[in-house]
Design a protein around this ligand. Structure first.
Ligand code: NAD
Ligand code: WQD
Length: 358
């Protein structure tokens, strides 16, 4: 009886793209905080095994876990999404909010196949919002990106800075923010929206059971460093040492994926307990790290030498992207807890234990 009563009061969250890198770590965090979750994922860029690992982590800690309801499917499929919401309702759980991770995320691929990105990211989100409206679900946390700022000369970046994305991927993120803003401003709207502009998430859960699994050759720095450390690639190419930064290599704001996951939990808690509103929040640490800094830190923490070569700048790169994270820290009950040492140790632990991914 008591158990039933508790279940009724538990919030139910739909996590789109929940099998992916950030989504799976966020699911773990939500479950730890007693949310009930429903995951929708097409697995176009992820393995279903990521969610199985969450159960393993709970078992290792001798904790009981609420079952994850998983529906494999595409968010552009309206019929499918309606069924997901309806099924939940029929089981006695109205979906209280959505964390929307589902999307394609490669800048390079988006330049080659822009239509695929507009269709998947923007059409997918439109379908999701339509179905949410149909089922009176009014809370959404959206995975936006620091890439919406383009190449700002001024760092750290504030949420109020101009949005000027430089590639189709970034344009889809900016467009989704724009659409959400337009709907929020309509007179009938009770929407609660948070656009979380992530900086550079790296690392993995400290158990080594969950992490990032790039399906193809990675473009991003940290997974590439891990694969060089694992001996899969001979060396790392550093894209330029003539940038206007303190050591000439690109500077970024790396954030531990578990800190990012916890930011989602805090954002949800904030939105669910406050009035209708739309907020844009930078989710980063506020600390700038250069490519050389990251290589050195990785080498020291894990005692592995990372051979590298300086090559030409990568087209589309910017010198520096660092968050001003004060707004997130002041609004949310959150601040980053893990440093670069943890990011390098946990990321390598995952890679070492899972040389072929999940
Ligand atoms: P990811 O590829 O690991 O996760 C995205 C998930 O969405 C995958 O599991 C994929 O299968 C799923 N998906 C994609 N399109 C779908 C669709 N139409 N229907 C259903 N599922 C679909 O990526 P991630 O790193 O976990 O990123 C999550 C979100 O955060 C993405 O929207 C990404 O653009 C955004 N983001 C990521 C980063 C980063 O550096 N990782 C930075 C900023 C923003
Ligand atoms: C970081 C730094 C490179 C690889 C990308 C997306 C962005 C966001 C996060 C989703 C840069 C340098 C990299 C390599 C290198 N994703 N580098 N050698 O470019 O900040 O952001 O991922 O939203 O949208 O654009 O991250 O990890 O690719 O690069 O020297 O092999 O490392 O030049 O300075 P980036 P990254």
């Amino acid at each position: 009886m008591v158990f039933k009563l508790l279940r009724k009061h538990m919030k139910t969250i739909l996590v789109t793209g929940g099998s992916g890198f950030i989504g799976s770590h966020t699911c773990l965090c939500l479950l730890k905080n007693k949310y009930k979750i429903i995951v929708v994922d097409s697995n176009v860029n992820s393995s279903k095994l990521s969610l199985k690992m969450i159960k393993k982590i709970f078992d290792q800690n001798k904790e009981v876990m609420e079952e994850i309801i998983f529906h494999q499917g595409d968010i552009r499929d309206e019929k499918f999404l309606k069924k997901v919401f309806l099924k939940s309702l029929n089981n006695g759980y109205q979906i209280d909010g959505v964390i929307h991770f589902a999307g394609l995320k490669s800048v390079e691929e988006s330049i080659k196949y822009p239509l695929m990105y507009w269709d998947n990211n923007v059409s997918g989100t439109l379908t999701l919002i339509k179905v949410m409206e149909l089922f009176n679900c009014e809370t959404i946390v959206f995975s936006s990106s620091a890439t919406v700022y383009g190449s700002s000369e001024i760092s750290p970046l504030k949420e109020s800075f101009e949005i000027k994305p430089l590639n189709p991927y970034g344009q889809t993120k900016a467009t989704i923010e724009y659409i959400l803003d337009g709907i929020f401003r309509s007179s009938k709207s009770n929407l609660k929206v948070a656009n979380l502009r992530y900086f550079n998430p790296i690392g993995a859960h400290c158990s080594g059971l969950m992490g990032e699994e790039p399906l193809n050759k990675p473009n991003n720095l940290f997974p590439y460093i891990c694969l060089v450390a694992a001996g899969k690639y001979k060396k790392l190419n550093i894209y330029g040492n003539d940038w206007p930064t303190f050591d000439g290599t690109g500077v970024r704001d790396y954030i531990h994926v578990m800190d990012l996951a916890e930011a989602h939990f805090s954002t949800l808690k904030f939105l669910l307990s406050n009035k209708a509103q739309l907020i844009n929040l930078n989710i980063g640490t506020g600390i700038g790290t250069s490519v050389l800094d990251l290589i050195n830190k990785f080498s020291v923490v894990n005692d592995i030498i990372i051979p590298f070569e300086i090559v030409d700048r990568r087209p589309g790169d910017v010198a520096s992207l660092v968050a001003n994270n004060q707004k997130a820290i002041s609004i949310l009950d959150w601040k980053p807890q893990r440093d670069l040492n943890n990011m390098c140790a946990d990321g390598w632990n995952w890679q070492k234990r899972n040389p072929n991914g999940y």
